[in-house]
Write a protein that binds this ligand. Sequence first.
Ligand SMILES: O=C(O)CCC(=O)C(=O)O
Ligand SMILES: [Fe+2]
Length: 261
Amino acid sequence: MDDQRALFKQVFGDSSDSEDYEQQQQQPQLEDRSQPTRSGQNPNWEQIKEVNGLWLCRDFLSAQEQSSLLSAIENEGWFIEASHNQAMRFGDLPPWASEISNSIRELVLLSDPAFDPLHLGTDCGAKEACPFPSHLLWREPLFDQLIVNAYQPGEGICAHVDLLRFEDGIAIVSLESSCVMHFTQVEEAYCGIANEGIADPPITKIPVNLTPGSLVLMSEEARYCWKHEINRKPGFQIWEGQELNQRRRISVTLRKLCKVE
Ligand SMILES: O=C(O)CCC(=O)C(=O)O
Ligand SMILES: [Fe+2]
């Protein structure tokens, strides 16, 4: 526990604010539900073409797996009080989170036609066709930091790039309620893309529908050159022309801390 606290301090400093951004309090909307089923040997990866390095696996967890995961999270007792909406772990992850981490690695491997199970290797030959770069996939541990967020209807998260204290390669699992996450390109700050003398391009927002049981992987440009946000104020959660119904949403974010030299 003390180790957890020391690590927390190292990452976020003395402030009690967990990140540089705050969850927004927003207004509730209506109901939405989908029931993805896991495709087992055939993970269905969707590459978000506009955002390099952004991948979505809608059927990551079956309905059954989603409810087991929710029970495991509930058993942690983090969200008994309505005022508690975020929990973090550093270092060794709870068993259920390690399981997610293992499944992610497995699923990425299964999606790679170049994967040779005898040599436990993948070169993710066609870089753009791989949901997670191989130099990240084989790091140990794959993830060592966990955030579980609980969003009540109307609550979201402001546009941000995840802190640079975390390595490349971030995973987000969604539970309970669908939401639209929007991606907007950052100007030049984090990703070293300078555009001096060039007029700012019009801001494009790329919407991605995060259904319950889905997994998002962000690496490279998606992680450093795009902000992500969830705005659940009325009028912002539109998918295929319809406003999404909102319920509580739980998300599990997995990241890896940068090594401190
Ligand atoms: O809740 C989510 O889906 C996203 C969380 C997130 O972006 C973060 O914690 O940095
Ligand atoms: Fe984030």
